[in-house]
Design a protein around this ligand. Structure first.
Ligand SMILES: Cc1cc2nc3c(=O)[nH]c(=O)nc-3n(C[C@H](O)[C@H](O)[C@H](O)COP(=O)(O)O)c2cc1C
Length: 275
């Protein structure tokens, strides 16, 4: 495994500090520096006790006001898994992932507590949805980091929200409970690849926000292309073939098409008030 310093230099183009040898001694932090999504798995199950341990570790993550508005749903039933795989088959790695979880935002329990105590709920507005979503995202991250530290490979799955209603019906989700992301995981076939990130000058701010410049993004496009150029260009029929295709062109082309424009309607139908 690379040192933290090497991995950060590689990921950001340059990391301008030495890294404390004590930090370098932490295999967890070295793993975090070099981490990457995994979409190829060995055909070998992960013991249920390990999955439950990782879930318990993940649920120890911080949660807004101790409200605990997030849950993990482990898919064990082969028939349910098959339905999920069919819905998500456009991503062909998903059916091959040995295990699949769904991270849920859950504002229902809070509302139940109000019913049970007879104390009125006075927060039926966007923040109720937002807090539950953020808590679910935090637990997703914690699960990924715990699983990677245990030697597993993972990849989150937002495409599950392309089928939010079908997935909710399949998993028996009641009102005010919604899927935030799925997660495919298992024992990795090989080491993960370090995906480069925008330079820290674009994403790490001090005291005041400083806008990212086009030059920063262009330099990032070039650096990424030197290391791992895109094999295919997106939507060539609409945008043609680009000689300088990079991250920014890829992301602009991606969001030139509407993605999950119906998600707000789904969230409304779950009972949330988004105003
Ligand atoms: C919330 C979330 C949703 C994601 N959804 C998908 C997905 O549906 N399919 C997929 O292949 N990867 C998905 N990913 C993985 C990202 O594409 C990946 O994390 C990103 O390209 C950065 O790569 P890295 O994790 O290897 O650094 C998702 C990641 C996150 C955090």
């Amino acid at each position: 495994m690379r040192s933290i310093k090497e991995a950060l230099d590689h990921r950001y183009g340059d990391f301008p500090h030495p890294v404390d040898p004590q930090l370098e001694g932490s295999s967890f932090l070295r793993g975090l520096a070099s981490r990457g999504a995994c979409r190829r798995f060995r055909d070998e199950p992960v013991p249920r006790a390990l999955i439950d341990t990782l879930a318990a570790l993940a649920l120890a993550a911080p949660t807004k006001s101790d409200l605990q508005q997030r849950d993990i749903l482990i898919i064990e039933d082969a028939a349910i898994r098959e339905r999920i795989d069919t819905l998500l088959a456009a991503q062909d790695w998903i059916p091959k992932a040995p295990h699949f979880l769904v991270f849920l935002g859950n504002n229902r329990r809070q509302r139940q507590v109000h019913d049970w105590t007879g104390i009125p709920f006075a927060n039926d507005h966007l923040d109720a949805f937002f807090n539950a979503s953020v808590d679910a995202g935090i637990v997703l991250t914690s699960f990924v980091l715990a699983a990677e530290a245990a030697g597993l490979g993972c990849c989150p799955v937002s495409v599950i929200r392309n089928h939010a209603q079908e997935v909710s019906d399949l998993l028996g989700l009641p009102g005010h409970v919604f899927p935030v992301a799925g997660l495919g995981f298992g024992w990795p076939q090989g080491p993960s690849y370090i995906s480069l990130r925008l330079p820290l000058e674009a994403t790490l701010h001090r005291d005041r926000y400083r806008d990212c410049t086009r030059e920063m993004v262009t330099a990032y496009d070039r650096r990424r292309n030197d290391v791992f150029p895109y094999r295919q260009q997106r939507n060539v029929a609409r945008f043609g073939k680009s000689d300088s295709y990079g991250w920014s062109e890829e992301k602009a082309r991606q969001y030139a098409e509407p993605e999950r424009a119906d998600f707000g309607g789904f969230v409304n139908a779950r009972g949330f008030n988004l105003s």
